[in-house]
Design a protein around this ligand. Structure first.
Ligand code: NAD
Ligand code: UD1
Length: 336
């Protein structure tokens, strides 16, 4: 099947493209490369032996979407394109609503016109209100976007649920990612944020590589075992595999599926740093700093639904996530 992957040159999208190739599908990438390196298609070719078809452009461009759907027989769409920095979404909400909400509307409109009704959507654990007990469980959970970014994800979920309620042809999987980290074991693709990383693992890698002098741990006075925040880190390759399972599920089921993709295992900030140091042998100098505004002490995924409905189970250990992230970082920062 030809699968259109919006944002397919990005961190998660590129890993999804690699998995699609491994499973005999053909990824068709639509990406404006606003947050992707130009050599990603070549790296994907090196990794998979298959040069992906790439359309460079904006997912809001109706004419481009028309062209893409007319040119290739697309069987399903995986929509990862969008903006994802929480802090930036607070200072520039317009950018987030434009990209993430308008982008989804333009895409689903083009899909319906071209008779494509199967969509896997990159949602986020951020749609869960922090008032929910952990682990966060699909179903009766209280949903609430806590930032403009989070609200774009929640609105997108609502839009897709409303579309499916109005037209029974829609088959939609809302995949709520927890904290994807790591990289393909080849070291060819991975998380390579521009500028100062917002997220913990890319920051750890840059400190280990000597690109930055030290890491600041944002607070050690949280009500957790070691005082630092706990998250559910999942290997990006496991996460990507979940998308293939979602496509298989949607081939047999109409309507909307909402499901978590996580490991169900909380890991603290200090726990991740210590595992990284042990697994890679690299020192990571750090100091304890103040809390970061908006951080939640601890959350992780309930994983039963993903297992029962999709047959999904995260396979990689935290050590593996650290080693793979580091392999990619070493390649990116000059073979340290
Ligand atoms: P990313 O920035 O690496 O990938 C997004 C890709 O989309 C980039 O290649 C970018 O160039 C492209 N893009 C952005 N706006 C576009 C537009 N308007 N038109 C076409 N292309 C556009 O981010 P990622 O980490 O791979 O995240 C992918 C998706 O998963 C996002 O929707 C994000 O919100 C969601 N998500 C990510 C995480 C995470 O921790 N990385 C967690 C939860 C959810
Ligand atoms: C953040 C976003 C979330 C998004 C996710 C993945 C917020 C509030 N949430 O989640 O919406 O889905 O990224 O993109 O921004 N940390 C440090 N030092 C650092 C960086 C991080 O101590 O230099 C800590 C943070 O305080 C947090 C943990 O590491 O406790 C994980 O942080 P991060 O990787 O940014 O992910 P989240 O905050 O969980």
């Amino acid at each position: 099947m030809n699968v259109l992957v919006t944002g397919g040159a990005g961190y998660i999208g590129s890993h999804i493209c690699a998995q699609l190739c491994a499973c005999g599908h053909t990824p068709v990438i639509l990406d404006d490369f606003s947050n992707a390196k130009p050599d990603i298609p070549a790296r994907l070719q090196q990794l998979t032996g298959q040069r992906p078809v790439v359309y460079r452009g904006d997912v809001r461009d109706a004419a481009l979407l028309d062209h893409v759907f007319a040119a290739a027989e697309i069987g399903a769409v995986i929509h990862t394109a969008g903006k994802k920095a929480v802090g930036e979404s607070v200072t520039d909400p317009q950018l987030y609503y434009e990209n993430n909400v308008h982008g989804l509307l333009a895409l689903t409109k083009a899909m319906a016109v071209h008779g494509v009704f199967t969509l896997v959507f990159s949602s986020s654990a951020t749609v869960y209100s922090e008032t929910n007990p952990v682990p966060y469980r699909e179903g009766n959970a209280v949903l609430a976007g806590t930032s403009p970014y989070g609200r774009t994800k929640l609105i997108a979920e609502w839009i897709l649920k409303d579309l499916a309620a109005a037209d029974a042809r829609w088959r939609v999987a809302l995949l709520r990612y927890f904290n994807p980290i790591g990289a393909d074991p080849s070291g060819l693709i991975g998380d390579d944020p521009a500028g100062v990383p917002n997220n913990l693992m890319p920051y750890i890698c840059q400190v280990a590589a000597g690109v930055r002098p030290e890491l600041t741990v944002f607070g050690n006075d949280y009500p957790t075992a070691d005082g630092t925040c706990e998250r559910d880190y999942i290997h990006v390759s496991d996460l990507a595999a979940g998308h293939i399972q979602a496509l298989e599920y949607l081939a047999a089921h109409a309507g909307v599926l909402e499901v978590n993709l996580g490991t169900g295992q909380p890991v603290s900030v200090l726990g991740l740093i210590e595992t990284f140091i042990k697994a890679t042998g690299q020192p990571v100098p750090y100091r304890i700093g103040p809390r970061r505004a908006g951080d939640i002490p601890a959350y992780y995924a309930a994983v039963e639904k993903a297992k029962t409905v999709l047959g999904f189970e995260a396979a990689c250990s935290v050590e593996q996530m650290c080693c793979d992230a580091w392999r990619f970082a070493k390649n990116s920062y000059g073979g340290i």
